[in-house]
Design a protein around this ligand. Structure first.
Ligand code: 5AD
Ligand code: SF4
Length: 455
């Protein structure tokens, strides 16, 4: 989501004459787009700001001004505290107000020139009007694009800061999503990943502005699948209780919907899931997986785990280990519980000591990593469609993704960049695969034929 937001901030600033640079010393403006989900996000922010302060001062000696902005969920959570602790910060803005950046930049410039009293602009409102209605049209970058369809969350898991920083659940209307997808498809994008903190809770208006005309993610996916040029659809991140039958059905009958789903489980213990306020039990999760496999037998899952949530006993943790063995996720993200200020989990009794959290995390990760390696190894010798979307490090090499998001390194001609081609997988590593292009059968066919086969 932050990658998408950062791109949109760049889009907003383009008409003002800004272009992106990778070098902070060259930048007239630096925006730190922050995440507050885990760890000591605020501390990381202030240490980064310290480095930027030096750059700002150095540039000022040469008579050049630098605007420093802090965006994202740490900005939302810390607000005015940031300007208080780091008065050289010019702008603090939340994730729902970045469409107003041009106005903020203008005010910051006036303040820097001494034409305005107040320094340090703060805009962390949750405006009534969604930002999406005020953003310029997207521009396609690359072959795989994120498309934000839903934001915020009303679930209030007791460990999670998202409902406080991103705000209430909101779905973009169908037309807006379809139009954005058409724009990026026309610009060459082949794969779209629909984004939302709770993406499968999506319930957009099918007629913009007409309340009651709502439909869910399954229907949205069916409509997106009709757009020419889009060969792959994905969505992330989902909540198990929002896996509606209609969405599950889409996995069975939308060919471009990839057979891979990120479905966080968090814990293998019903007792802990209840303390986490997850609204589902392990059996509910199991039922969803069974339904998905019934319509799409080649479906694979990835997941998120939190270890050391307050009150997690040895028995609870053992249940998580067993669950990891049972479901054999082909990929997983696992974290030590990190108390987030303002969330119910942070004030629960029985916080787990860090050393025990680390021990549990290492044990769980051993199983999760082994599952991933096993899957990668099982894939060797199979032929899969790969979307080449990156240049490889070696000469003549391209890197692409399988339907299961595994990166594959392949010797391939440059014309294949941005194309989907059949690849025979030849080697497996922990985090990637090696493969060879299958050209023989299609050698005389035009590229579109290869695409047809793979799509
Ligand atoms: N501590 C540790 N992990 C967390 N996550 C969210 N909040 C916390 C927290 N306070 C993890 C969850 C979620 C993923 C995005 O981050 O597993 O699914
Ligand atoms: Fe956070 Fe996801 Fe729970 Fe919402 S459903 S509170 S975003 S973990």
């Amino acid at each position: 989501m932050n990658v998408y937001d950062s791109d949109r901030m760049a889009d907003v600033l383009t008409p003002l004459g800004y272009v992106a640079t990778a070098v902070p010393d060259d930048a007239d403006m630096v925006i730190l787009n922050t995440c507050h989900i885990r760890e000591k996000a605020a501390e990381k922010l202030f240490s980064e700001l310290g480095r930027l302060r030096n750059i700002k001062e150095r540039r000022l000696e040469d008579g050049i001004a630098t605007v420093i902005a802090v965006a994202g969920c740490v900005a939302q959570a810390e607000g005015a505290e940031i300007i208080k602790r780091a008065p050289y910060v010019d702008i603090v803005l939340g994730p729902q107000t970045y469409h107003r950046l041009p106005e903020m930049v203008a005010r910051a410039s006036r303040a820097a020139a001494g034409q305005q009293e107040t320094k340090g602009i703060l805009d962390i409102e949750f405006p009534d009007e969604p930002k999406f209605d005020h953003l310029p049209e997207v521009t396609a970058k690359g072959f795989s694009a994120f498309l934000s369809v839903q934001e915020g969350c009303d679930k209030f898991c007791t460990f999670c800061v998202v409902p406080y920083t991103r705000g209430a659940e909101f779905s973009r209307p169908f037309d807006d999503v379809i139009n954005e997808a058409r724009t990026v498809a026309a610009g060459g994008v082949r794969e779209i990943t629909l984004l939302g903190q709770n993406v499968n809770a999506y319930h957009g208006e099918t007629i913009k502005g007409k309340s009651g005309s709502e439909a869910g993610l399954g229907e949205l996916i069916r409509q997106l699948a009709e757009i020419e040029g889009i060969s792959r659809l994905r969505y992330t991140t989902s909540h198990p209780i929002d896996m509606a039958d209609d969405l599950i059905a889409a996995h069975g009958n939308v060919a471009t919907l990839m057979p891979f789903l990120h479905l966080p489980i968090q814990s293998g213990s019903d007792r802990i899931l209840s303390r986490m306020n997850r609204h589902h039990r392990i059996d509910d999760y199991r039922r969803v997986v069974d339904k998905l496999l019934a319509v799409r037998p080649d479906m694979k899952l990835s997941s998120d785990f939190i270890v050391g949530f307050p009150g997690e006993s040895d028995e609870d943790f053992e249940a998580t280990m067993n669950l990891a063995r049972e479901f054999q996720f082909v990929q997983a993200y696992s974290f030590k519980y990190s108390p987030r200020p303002g969330t119910p989990g942070a004030v629960m009794q029985d916080q787990i000591p860090e050393a025990l959290q680390s021990e549990r995390l290492a044990a769980l990760q051993e199983i999760l990593e082994q599952n991933q390696i096993n899957f990668n190894q099982q894939c060797v010798d199979s032929v899969v469609p790969v979307l080449f979307d990156r240049q490889g490090r070696k000469d003549g090499q391209l890197v692409g993704r399988t339907p299961y998001m595994q990166p594959v390194h392949v010797q391939a001609p440059q014309e294949m960049f941005g194309q989907i081609a059949e690849v025979k997988l030849t080697s497996a590593h922990a985090n990637s695969l090696g493969g060879e292009l299958i050209l023989a059968a299609h050698q005389s066919s035009p590229m579109s034929e290869i695409e047809k086969v793979s799509a």
